[in-house]
Design a protein around this ligand. Structure first.
Ligand code: ADP
Ligand code: MG
Length: 358
């Protein structure tokens, strides 16, 4: 006798979805930071304990979530970033699936505290605040039910705290590595996002120790370069060529290490499409091709590159973790990147512009 067909409970559906987005503490951090950036924050504080396995918290000074929407933020398929299919054709935010928070909450002990930025407060918010309450907190109980909202103390913005990741899914917990390895992954995620958004101040702490303390770039090119140096080693800026190339609909800007300063490992390769870090064979190939005349086979190019194009020309809804994209005109993108880099390298390396290179 087979079992009868049943509709799965929301809690179970969320746990299954978590399998796709939540692999380890680093994936939680990525989703939380992306939410903070989508909320227009200027400052991020990331606190991690024991590699993020025991506890992690992301705090921002973004627009905040009104009290009556806290529960919705944790509900499945609930998002403020998409309202109709047409929006999906032109996603301008990092998130849009409305899956991250409920998925994370289903495999951890999650607390969400938020206070709406004063300039965005509604009349109802102000009345509540007049009564003495400034921020609101909701927590997810073990059975998936919501506790709160209850008053809390918090500056304008949002904090999400995640404790005991995978406490209720032992099979997944087994896949977590040592505290150090998990923290290395967290650090990678933070670095990638910090490279993309020098305009956002960022602090990362592990077990109470400050790992990164990055001031926001102030608009001067030097302040952006200072962040690159802090994240990629001092000398990165000096050893790199800046690139800024445009074609119809496409713009490529950023930095490539001069071939003489290429790497023995592929450890400094950061490529962002509309601000989102992606891994793409086509793009890797285009870059490799561009470097082929300048680089020994065994060496790896280093780069921090940003490709910007109208959202309608790229599909980001390929995988829940959103590492992959699909270009509408992939050949055109490939050739544009290759040519732009080739030209820059030829100019920078052979054109005598660089006289300080040995
Ligand atoms: P998505 O980012 O795909 O919309 P999430 O589950 O990550 O889905 O978040 C659900 C919603 O909660 C978001 O659409 C947003 O409205 C709100 N939210 C989440 N994090 C924050 C934050 N840090 N600041 C403001 N709003 C947030
Ligand atoms: Mg999100």
């Amino acid at each position: 006798m087979s079992n009868p067909i049943r509709i799965l409970s929301d809690h179970l559906v969320n746990q299954i979805a978590a399998g796709e987005v939540v692999e380890r503490p680093a994936s939680v951090i990525k989703e939380l930071i992306e939410n903070s950036l989508d909320a227009g924050c200027a400052r991020l504080e990331i606190d991690v304990e024991q590699g993020g396995i025991k506890r992690l918290r992301v705090r921002d000074d973004g627009r905040g979530i009104p009290r009556d929407q806290l529960a919705l933020a944790l509900a499945r398929h609930a998002t403020s970033k998409l309202t109709e299919l047409a929006d999906l054709e032109a996603v301008g935010t990092l998130g849009f699936r409305g899956e991250a928070l409920p998925s994370i909450a289903s495999v951890s002990r999650l607390t969400l505290i938020s206070r709406v930025r004063p300039d965005l407060e509604s009349d109802a918010d102000t009345t509540e605040r007049a009564a003495g309450d400034s921020a609101w907190e909701v927590a997810v109980a073990i059975d998936g039910r919501l506790e709160g909202p209850r008053p809390a103390a918090h500056p304008p913005g949002t904090s999400v705290e995640v404790r005991d990741l995978f406490f209720n899914t032992p099979a997944r917990r087994k896949f977590l590595r040592t505290e150090k390895t998990e923290f290395d992954h967290v650090d990678q995620v933070v670095r990638r996002l910090a490279l993309a958004r020098p305009d956002v101040a960022l602090e990362l702490r592990h077990n109470g120790r400050v790992v990164h303390q990055l001031p926001a770039a102030d608009g001067r090119p030097e302040s952006v370069l200072a962040r690159l140096d802090r994240l990629l080693g001092s000398g990165f800026a000096e050893q790199s060529l800046e690139i800024d190339a445009s074609a119809v609909d496409l713009r490529l800007h950023g930095w490539v290490r001069r071939p003489a300063f290429s790497r023995s490992q592929a450890d400094q390769q950061f490529f962002y499409v509309n601000g989102r870090l992606i891994r793409d064979r086509l793009i890797t190939h285009a870059i490799r091709q561009a470097f082929s005349d300048f680089l020994h086979q065994a060496r790896h190019p280093g780069y921090v590159l940003f490709l910007d194009l109208p959202p309608r020309l790229v599909d980001v809804n390929v995988h829940p973790a959103k590492h992959e994209v699909r270009f509408r005109e992939s050949r055109q993108v490939h050739d544009f990147i290759q040519r732009a880099l080739q030209r820059r390298l030829a100019h920078g390396v052979l054109g005598g512009v660089v006289s300080d290179e040995s």
